[in-house]
Design a protein around this ligand. Structure first.
Ligand SMILES: Nc1ncnc2c1ncn2[C@@H]1O[C@H](COP(=O)(O)OP(=O)(O)OP(=O)(O)O)[C@@H](O)[C@H]1O
Length: 173
């Protein structure tokens, strides 16, 4: 009986926490909320065939969303120590980013202990790999194209530094 009520309490607490997270997310503009099921279907069960990379955040999968769009689906690894609060803050900041040189965040999934970010899918793998060579890419950039890419990257960085402010800090005037 005690064990049963303990389990019920835990479920209730986790459901309440989840509802609070979804509540917070619903206040963010431009953020789609995906169910774990949709992302599992999109990536064929997060199959290795669809894995396109591995970053500091965790594994990245290519997937086709229900609306037909291709997406890069980043699954926060269980070893990552990023908490829900940090995850939500990150989403809030990234979701407001709108720049031609920066990848667009479509939305996220916060379900049970799953933390997943869904981005616009960019063709041709990692730009760094293509720029540096190393046999993974068949693309050869000319020097004028490389210069254009560098300027685009610099524009994206400048935008992040100048125009994007974390909400936690008061504006600097
Ligand atoms: N939007 C995307 N479209 C296509 N491929 C992507 C996308 N985002 C990530 N990838 C692939 O997944 C790999 C890992 O990406 P991720 O952003 O997780 O880590 P990173 O870019 O290596 O940097 P960090 O570890 O600092 O986050 C990239 O190198 C790229 O090959």
């Amino acid at each position: 009986m005690t064990c049963f009520s303990f389990l019920c309490n835990r479920r209730l607490k986790s459901a309440t926490k989840h509802a609070a997270e979804l509540d917070e997310l619903s206040g963010f503009n431009n953020v789609n909320i995906y169910s774990y099921k949709e992302l599992r279907i999109a990536t064929n069960g997060f199959s290795d065939i669809n894995k396109i990379g591995e970053g500091g955040f965790g594994s990245v999968y290519k997937g086709k969303l229900r609306n037909g769009k291709m997406a890069a689906i980043k699954v926060l690894s269980s070893e990552s120590r990023q908490g829900v609060k940090e995850f939500l803050t990150e989403i809030q900041v990234i979701s407001e980013i709108e720049h031609e040189n920066l990848v667009k965040l479509y939305g996220c999934c916060v379900e049970a202990n799953h933390r997943i970010l869904v981005y616009n899918y960019l063709e041709n793998n990692s730009l760094a790999q293509t720029l540096l060579g190393g046999g993974h890419s068949s693309i050869q950039f000319s020097w004028p194209t490389r210069v254009k890419i560098c300027i685009g990257v610099a524009r994206g960085l400048a935008y992040l530094h100048v125009d994007v402010r974390p909400h936690c800090c008061p504006p600097r005037y």
